[in-house]
Design a protein around this ligand. Structure first.
Ligand SMILES: Nc1ncnc2c1ncn2[C@@H]1O[C@H](COP(=O)(O)OP(=O)(O)OP(=O)(O)O)[C@@H](O)[C@H]1O
Ligand SMILES: [Mg+2]
Length: 353
Protein backbone atom coordinates (compact mmCIF):
# COMPACT_ATOMS: atom_id res chain seq x y z
CA UNK A 1 0.00 0.00 0.00
CA UNK A 2 1.25 3.44 -0.90
CA UNK A 3 -0.96 5.33 1.48
CA UNK A 4 -0.98 4.45 5.13
CA UNK A 5 -4.29 5.17 6.71
CA UNK A 6 -4.26 7.26 9.85
CA UNK A 7 -7.64 6.08 11.08
CA UNK A 8 -8.43 2.37 11.29
CA UNK A 9 -11.84 1.13 10.14
CA UNK A 10 -14.58 0.25 12.60
CA UNK A 11 -15.42 -3.44 12.33
CA UNK A 12 -19.22 -3.38 12.45
CA UNK A 13 -21.06 -6.68 12.74
CA UNK A 14 -24.82 -6.29 12.37
CA UNK A 15 -25.97 -9.66 13.68
CA UNK A 16 -29.46 -11.05 14.22
CA UNK A 17 -29.26 -10.68 18.00
CA UNK A 18 -26.93 -7.71 18.42
CA UNK A 19 -24.70 -5.11 16.80
CA UNK A 20 -21.00 -5.40 17.62
CA UNK A 21 -18.30 -2.83 16.92
CA UNK A 22 -14.54 -3.14 17.29
CA UNK A 23 -11.60 -0.88 16.50
CA UNK A 24 -8.01 -2.16 16.47
CA UNK A 25 -5.03 0.11 16.28
CA UNK A 26 -2.24 -1.33 14.12
CA UNK A 27 1.19 -1.27 15.75
CA UNK A 28 3.56 1.15 14.11
CA UNK A 29 6.38 -1.28 13.52
CA UNK A 30 5.90 -4.86 12.46
CA UNK A 31 2.72 -6.78 12.96
CA UNK A 32 0.09 -6.67 15.60
CA UNK A 33 -2.78 -4.65 16.94
CA UNK A 34 -4.01 -3.04 20.12
CA UNK A 35 -7.68 -3.18 21.03
CA UNK A 36 -8.94 0.37 21.04
CA UNK A 37 -12.76 0.12 21.23
CA UNK A 38 -15.23 -2.68 21.64
CA UNK A 39 -18.98 -2.70 22.17
CA UNK A 40 -22.09 -4.85 21.85
CA UNK A 41 -25.67 -3.57 21.74
CA UNK A 42 -28.55 -6.04 21.74
CA UNK A 43 -31.25 -5.93 19.06
CA UNK A 44 -34.87 -6.84 19.79
CA UNK A 45 -36.02 -10.14 18.24
CA UNK A 46 -37.69 -9.94 14.79
CA UNK A 47 -35.71 -6.86 13.69
CA UNK A 48 -33.57 -9.08 11.46
CA UNK A 49 -35.25 -12.30 10.29
CA UNK A 50 -33.26 -14.84 8.28
CA UNK A 51 -30.77 -12.11 7.48
CA UNK A 52 -33.39 -9.72 6.12
CA UNK A 53 -33.80 -6.32 7.77
CA UNK A 54 -37.45 -6.04 8.88
CA UNK A 55 -37.16 -2.81 10.81
CA UNK A 56 -34.23 -0.48 10.28
CA UNK A 57 -34.98 1.97 13.13
CA UNK A 58 -33.77 -0.24 16.01
CA UNK A 59 -30.64 -1.15 14.02
CA UNK A 60 -29.75 2.49 13.36
CA UNK A 61 -30.29 3.19 17.08
CA UNK A 62 -28.09 0.23 18.05
CA UNK A 63 -25.28 1.36 15.70
CA UNK A 64 -25.38 4.84 17.21
CA UNK A 65 -25.51 3.50 20.77
CA UNK A 66 -22.70 1.00 20.34
CA UNK A 67 -20.42 3.71 18.91
CA UNK A 68 -21.36 6.11 21.68
CA UNK A 69 -20.93 3.66 24.55
CA UNK A 70 -17.64 2.29 23.14
CA UNK A 71 -16.49 5.88 22.43
CA UNK A 72 -15.81 5.19 18.77
CA UNK A 73 -14.78 8.34 16.93
CA UNK A 74 -14.10 7.05 13.44
CA UNK A 75 -17.11 6.79 11.13
CA UNK A 76 -15.63 4.66 8.36
CA UNK A 77 -16.75 1.09 8.78
CA UNK A 78 -16.21 -2.42 7.45
CA UNK A 79 -19.38 -4.49 7.54
CA UNK A 80 -20.13 -8.08 6.58
CA UNK A 81 -23.03 -10.22 5.41
CA UNK A 82 -23.90 -13.89 5.67
CA UNK A 83 -26.62 -16.41 5.01
CA UNK A 84 -28.75 -17.14 1.93
CA UNK A 85 -27.68 -14.11 -0.07
CA UNK A 86 -23.98 -14.93 0.12
CA UNK A 87 -22.24 -17.56 -2.00
CA UNK A 88 -18.56 -18.33 -1.53
CA UNK A 89 -17.22 -21.09 -3.74
CA UNK A 90 -13.99 -22.43 -5.10
CA UNK A 91 -14.62 -23.25 -8.75
CA UNK A 92 -12.59 -24.69 -11.56
CA UNK A 93 -12.79 -22.86 -14.90
CA UNK A 94 -10.84 -23.10 -18.17
CA UNK A 95 -7.45 -21.35 -18.03
CA UNK A 96 -7.52 -17.83 -19.42
CA UNK A 97 -5.80 -14.47 -19.10
CA UNK A 98 -6.81 -11.92 -16.47
CA UNK A 99 -8.49 -9.80 -19.12
CA UNK A 100 -10.48 -12.71 -20.48
CA UNK A 101 -11.48 -13.70 -16.98
CA UNK A 102 -12.68 -10.19 -16.14
CA UNK A 103 -14.88 -10.34 -19.23
CA UNK A 104 -16.26 -13.83 -18.81
CA UNK A 105 -16.55 -14.14 -15.03
CA UNK A 106 -20.27 -13.27 -14.92
CA UNK A 107 -20.98 -15.85 -17.57
CA UNK A 108 -18.78 -18.45 -15.81
CA UNK A 109 -20.37 -17.66 -12.46
CA UNK A 110 -23.88 -18.20 -13.74
CA UNK A 111 -23.74 -21.97 -13.32
CA UNK A 112 -22.47 -21.76 -9.74
CA UNK A 113 -24.83 -19.26 -8.17
CA UNK A 114 -28.53 -19.82 -7.56
CA UNK A 115 -29.48 -16.21 -8.40
CA UNK A 116 -29.60 -14.11 -11.53
CA UNK A 117 -26.05 -12.75 -12.01
CA UNK A 118 -27.52 -9.32 -12.65
CA UNK A 119 -28.80 -9.32 -9.07
CA UNK A 120 -25.43 -9.95 -7.41
CA UNK A 121 -22.18 -8.16 -6.78
CA UNK A 122 -19.47 -10.52 -7.86
CA UNK A 123 -15.89 -10.67 -6.71
CA UNK A 124 -13.25 -13.26 -7.49
CA UNK A 125 -9.66 -14.19 -6.92
CA UNK A 126 -7.50 -16.57 -8.94
CA UNK A 127 -6.10 -19.16 -6.55
CA UNK A 128 -3.85 -20.97 -9.01
CA UNK A 129 -3.76 -23.61 -11.74
CA UNK A 130 -5.65 -26.87 -11.35
CA UNK A 131 -3.73 -30.12 -11.18
CA UNK A 132 -4.72 -31.00 -14.78
CA UNK A 133 -3.08 -27.80 -16.11
CA UNK A 134 -6.00 -26.91 -18.43
CA UNK A 135 -8.07 -25.10 -15.86
CA UNK A 136 -7.61 -22.79 -12.96
CA UNK A 137 -9.04 -22.51 -9.48
CA UNK A 138 -10.97 -19.36 -8.76
CA UNK A 139 -12.54 -18.18 -5.52
CA UNK A 140 -15.95 -16.80 -6.36
CA UNK A 141 -17.88 -14.51 -4.00
CA UNK A 142 -21.39 -13.43 -4.92
CA UNK A 143 -23.59 -11.30 -2.68
CA UNK A 144 -27.09 -10.18 -3.58
CA UNK A 145 -27.20 -6.48 -4.37
CA UNK A 146 -30.44 -5.79 -2.51
CA UNK A 147 -28.97 -7.25 0.66
CA UNK A 148 -25.82 -5.12 0.36
CA UNK A 149 -28.09 -2.16 -0.18
CA UNK A 150 -30.20 -2.87 2.91
CA UNK A 151 -27.18 -3.14 5.17
CA UNK A 152 -25.18 -0.23 3.77
CA UNK A 153 -28.28 1.92 3.90
CA UNK A 154 -28.82 1.46 7.67
CA UNK A 155 -25.14 2.30 8.16
CA UNK A 156 -25.46 5.45 6.08
CA UNK A 157 -28.62 6.40 7.94
CA UNK A 158 -26.65 6.04 11.17
CA UNK A 159 -24.24 8.64 9.78
CA UNK A 160 -21.43 6.20 9.00
CA UNK A 161 -19.63 5.32 5.80
CA UNK A 162 -19.53 1.67 4.74
CA UNK A 163 -16.09 1.48 3.08
CA UNK A 164 -15.68 -2.28 3.01
CA UNK A 165 -18.39 -4.93 2.56
CA UNK A 166 -17.08 -8.37 3.51
CA UNK A 167 -18.67 -11.71 4.32
CA UNK A 168 -18.88 -13.13 7.87
CA UNK A 169 -17.08 -16.36 7.07
CA UNK A 170 -13.98 -14.44 5.83
CA UNK A 171 -14.06 -12.16 8.87
CA UNK A 172 -13.99 -15.23 11.13
CA UNK A 173 -11.01 -16.59 9.18
CA UNK A 174 -9.23 -13.24 9.45
CA UNK A 175 -9.75 -13.17 13.20
CA UNK A 176 -8.43 -16.73 13.45
CA UNK A 177 -5.40 -16.06 11.26
CA UNK A 178 -4.32 -12.87 13.02
CA UNK A 179 -4.49 -14.58 16.41
CA UNK A 180 -3.24 -18.09 15.68
CA UNK A 181 -1.65 -18.08 12.22
CA UNK A 182 -2.31 -20.81 9.67
CA UNK A 183 -0.60 -24.09 10.54
CA UNK A 184 0.69 -25.69 7.32
CA UNK A 185 -0.17 -29.27 8.23
CA UNK A 186 -3.44 -29.06 10.09
CA UNK A 187 -7.03 -29.30 8.95
CA UNK A 188 -9.13 -27.00 11.08
CA UNK A 189 -12.85 -26.29 10.86
CA UNK A 190 -13.90 -22.85 12.03
CA UNK A 191 -17.50 -22.83 13.22
CA UNK A 192 -19.09 -19.48 14.10
CA UNK A 193 -22.44 -20.13 15.76
CA UNK A 194 -24.56 -16.99 15.60
CA UNK A 195 -28.22 -16.56 16.46
CA UNK A 196 -29.67 -17.42 13.02
CA UNK A 197 -26.66 -18.41 10.93
CA UNK A 198 -23.67 -20.67 11.51
CA UNK A 199 -20.64 -19.94 9.34
CA UNK A 200 -18.47 -22.98 8.67
CA UNK A 201 -15.11 -22.90 6.96
CA UNK A 202 -12.19 -25.27 6.63
CA UNK A 203 -8.56 -24.28 6.71
CA UNK A 204 -6.12 -26.85 5.51
CA UNK A 205 -2.49 -26.86 4.35
CA UNK A 206 -2.21 -23.21 5.42
CA UNK A 207 -5.06 -22.07 3.12
CA UNK A 208 -8.76 -21.63 3.47
CA UNK A 209 -10.45 -24.23 1.35
CA UNK A 210 -14.16 -24.33 2.01
CA UNK A 211 -16.95 -22.00 3.14
CA UNK A 212 -20.60 -22.58 3.92
CA UNK A 213 -23.34 -20.78 5.84
CA UNK A 214 -25.94 -22.90 7.64
CA UNK A 215 -29.37 -21.47 8.45
CA UNK A 216 -29.17 -22.56 12.08
CA UNK A 217 -27.87 -21.05 15.27
CA UNK A 218 -28.59 -20.13 18.86
CA UNK A 219 -32.16 -19.13 18.02
CA UNK A 220 -32.98 -22.76 17.22
CA UNK A 221 -32.43 -23.64 20.89
CA UNK A 222 -34.42 -20.67 22.13
CA UNK A 223 -37.31 -21.39 19.76
CA UNK A 224 -37.38 -25.07 20.78
CA UNK A 225 -37.59 -24.11 24.47
CA UNK A 226 -40.26 -21.53 23.66
CA UNK A 227 -42.32 -24.08 21.75
CA UNK A 228 -41.91 -27.07 24.08
CA UNK A 229 -42.35 -25.15 27.33
CA UNK A 230 -44.86 -22.56 26.12
CA UNK A 231 -42.80 -19.61 27.39
CA UNK A 232 -41.78 -16.24 25.90
CA UNK A 233 -38.66 -15.77 23.77
CA UNK A 234 -37.05 -13.81 26.63
CA UNK A 235 -37.68 -16.55 29.22
CA UNK A 236 -36.47 -19.25 26.83
CA UNK A 237 -33.37 -17.23 25.97
CA UNK A 238 -32.52 -16.65 29.65
CA UNK A 239 -32.94 -20.35 30.46
CA UNK A 240 -30.71 -21.33 27.55
CA UNK A 241 -28.02 -18.92 28.73
CA UNK A 242 -27.93 -20.67 32.12
CA UNK A 243 -30.14 -18.30 34.14
CA UNK A 244 -32.57 -20.66 35.82
CA UNK A 245 -36.24 -19.86 35.27
CA UNK A 246 -39.09 -21.00 37.54
CA UNK A 247 -41.20 -22.18 34.59
CA UNK A 248 -38.42 -24.36 33.20
CA UNK A 249 -37.06 -27.14 35.43
CA UNK A 250 -33.52 -28.22 34.56
CA UNK A 251 -34.61 -31.81 33.89
CA UNK A 252 -36.91 -30.56 31.15
CA UNK A 253 -34.43 -28.09 29.70
CA UNK A 254 -31.57 -30.55 29.24
CA UNK A 255 -33.30 -32.88 26.75
CA UNK A 256 -34.49 -29.92 24.65
CA UNK A 257 -30.95 -28.57 24.41
CA UNK A 258 -29.69 -32.07 23.64
CA UNK A 259 -32.15 -32.49 20.75
CA UNK A 260 -31.15 -29.20 19.15
CA UNK A 261 -27.45 -29.93 19.78
CA UNK A 262 -27.97 -33.14 17.84
CA UNK A 263 -29.55 -31.32 14.88
CA UNK A 264 -26.84 -28.68 14.98
CA UNK A 265 -23.98 -31.18 15.13
CA UNK A 266 -25.57 -33.23 12.32
CA UNK A 267 -25.76 -30.19 10.03
CA UNK A 268 -22.15 -29.24 10.81
CA UNK A 269 -21.07 -32.82 10.24
CA UNK A 270 -22.84 -33.02 6.85
CA UNK A 271 -21.08 -29.83 5.81
CA UNK A 272 -17.61 -30.88 6.91
CA UNK A 273 -18.11 -34.40 5.49
CA UNK A 274 -18.96 -32.79 2.16
CA UNK A 275 -15.56 -31.10 2.15
CA UNK A 276 -13.73 -34.18 3.39
CA UNK A 277 -15.43 -36.45 0.81
CA UNK A 278 -13.70 -34.56 -1.99
CA UNK A 279 -10.39 -34.47 -0.09
CA UNK A 280 -10.03 -38.11 0.88
CA UNK A 281 -6.43 -37.69 2.01
CA UNK A 282 -7.42 -35.33 4.80
CA UNK A 283 -8.85 -35.74 8.26
CA UNK A 284 -10.15 -33.13 10.62
CA UNK A 285 -7.67 -32.25 13.35
CA UNK A 286 -9.58 -29.62 15.22
CA UNK A 287 -12.81 -27.66 15.46
CA UNK A 288 -12.48 -24.03 16.56
CA UNK A 289 -15.69 -22.47 17.84
CA UNK A 290 -16.75 -18.84 17.74
CA UNK A 291 -19.98 -16.85 17.99
CA UNK A 292 -22.34 -16.25 20.90
CA UNK A 293 -24.03 -19.59 20.21
CA UNK A 294 -20.77 -21.40 21.01
CA UNK A 295 -21.22 -20.37 24.65
CA UNK A 296 -23.85 -23.04 25.08
CA UNK A 297 -22.14 -25.28 27.60
CA UNK A 298 -23.07 -28.61 26.06
CA UNK A 299 -22.18 -27.79 22.44
CA UNK A 300 -18.38 -28.30 22.47
CA UNK A 301 -18.81 -31.71 24.12
CA UNK A 302 -21.49 -32.76 21.63
CA UNK A 303 -19.24 -31.76 18.71
CA UNK A 304 -16.15 -33.43 20.17
CA UNK A 305 -18.04 -36.65 20.75
CA UNK A 306 -19.39 -36.80 17.19
CA UNK A 307 -16.20 -35.79 15.39
CA UNK A 308 -13.72 -37.43 17.74
CA UNK A 309 -11.40 -34.44 17.53
CA UNK A 310 -10.31 -31.50 19.66
CA UNK A 311 -12.79 -28.66 20.10
CA UNK A 312 -11.49 -25.27 21.16
CA UNK A 313 -12.79 -21.73 21.43
CA UNK A 314 -11.41 -18.96 19.25
CA UNK A 315 -10.17 -16.13 21.44
CA UNK A 316 -10.25 -13.09 19.14
CA UNK A 317 -7.85 -11.27 21.51
CA UNK A 318 -5.29 -14.08 21.84
CA UNK A 319 -2.56 -12.12 20.04
CA UNK A 320 -4.05 -8.63 20.38
CA UNK A 321 -2.61 -6.21 22.91
CA UNK A 322 -5.28 -5.34 25.46
CA UNK A 323 -5.12 -2.74 28.22
CA UNK A 324 -6.77 -4.50 31.13
CA UNK A 325 -7.73 -1.22 32.78
CA UNK A 326 -9.85 -0.31 29.78
CA UNK A 327 -11.09 -3.85 29.13
CA UNK A 328 -11.26 -5.90 32.35
CA UNK A 329 -10.51 -9.57 31.74
CA UNK A 330 -13.88 -10.96 32.78
CA UNK A 331 -15.93 -8.48 30.77
CA UNK A 332 -13.73 -9.11 27.73
CA UNK A 333 -14.05 -12.89 28.03
CA UNK A 334 -17.83 -12.47 28.18
CA UNK A 335 -17.85 -10.48 24.94
CA UNK A 336 -15.15 -12.42 23.11
CA UNK A 337 -17.19 -15.17 21.36
CA UNK A 338 -19.68 -12.74 19.82
CA UNK A 339 -16.92 -10.24 18.95
CA UNK A 340 -15.04 -12.51 16.54
CA UNK A 341 -16.60 -11.17 13.32
CA UNK A 342 -16.22 -7.52 14.40
CA UNK A 343 -12.54 -8.13 15.23
CA UNK A 344 -11.99 -9.86 11.88
CA UNK A 345 -13.54 -6.86 10.14
CA UNK A 346 -11.53 -4.33 12.14
CA UNK A 347 -8.37 -5.81 10.62
CA UNK A 348 -9.55 -4.79 7.15
CA UNK A 349 -8.20 -1.63 5.54
CA UNK A 350 -10.05 0.96 3.52
CA UNK A 351 -8.34 0.01 0.25
CA UNK A 352 -9.14 -3.69 0.66
CA UNK A 353 -11.65 -5.28 -1.62
N1 LIG B 1 -24.25 -17.91 27.64
C1 LIG B 1 -24.82 -18.31 26.51
N2 LIG B 1 -25.23 -19.59 26.37
C2 LIG B 1 -25.82 -20.01 25.23
N3 LIG B 1 -26.06 -19.22 24.16
C3 LIG B 1 -25.68 -17.94 24.26
C4 LIG B 1 -25.04 -17.41 25.41
N4 LIG B 1 -24.78 -16.11 25.19
C5 LIG B 1 -25.23 -15.83 23.95
N5 LIG B 1 -25.77 -16.91 23.38
C6 LIG B 1 -26.42 -17.02 22.07
O1 LIG B 1 -25.58 -16.55 21.06
C7 LIG B 1 -26.37 -16.14 19.95
C8 LIG B 1 -25.85 -14.82 19.45
O2 LIG B 1 -24.56 -14.98 18.96
P1 LIG B 1 -23.92 -13.93 17.99
O3 LIG B 1 -23.91 -12.61 18.63
O4 LIG B 1 -22.63 -14.50 17.53
O5 LIG B 1 -25.00 -13.95 16.81
P2 LIG B 1 -25.45 -12.78 15.83
O6 LIG B 1 -24.23 -12.25 15.17
O7 LIG B 1 -26.29 -11.80 16.56
O8 LIG B 1 -26.39 -13.55 14.81
P3 LIG B 1 -26.15 -14.01 13.29
O9 LIG B 1 -24.69 -14.00 13.03
O10 LIG B 1 -26.74 -15.38 13.23
O11 LIG B 1 -26.90 -13.04 12.49
C9 LIG B 1 -27.81 -16.02 20.46
O12 LIG B 1 -28.59 -17.08 19.97
C10 LIG B 1 -27.63 -16.13 21.96
O13 LIG B 1 -28.72 -16.72 22.60
MG1 LIG C 1 -23.05 -13.06 13.64
Amino acid sequence: MFFSRSKPLVGLDIGTSSVKAAVLKPHRKGKGFTLQNLGIEPLPPEVIVEGAIMDSGPIIDAINRVCEVARIKSNEVAVSLSGHSVIVKRVSIPSMSNEELAESIYWEAEQYIPFDVDDVNLDYQVLGDSADGDSMEVLLVAVKKDKINDYTSVITQAGRIPLVVDVDVFAVQNAFEVNYGLAPNQTTALVNVGAAVTNVSVISGGHSRFWRDLSMGGNNYTEAIQRDMGVSFETAEAAKCGKSQDEIPAEELTPILETVNNEMVTEIQKTIDFFLSSHSDEQLDKIVLAGGGSRLESLPGALGERFGCKVEHLNPFEAITVDERAFPKEALAEMAPAAVVAVGLAIRKGGDR
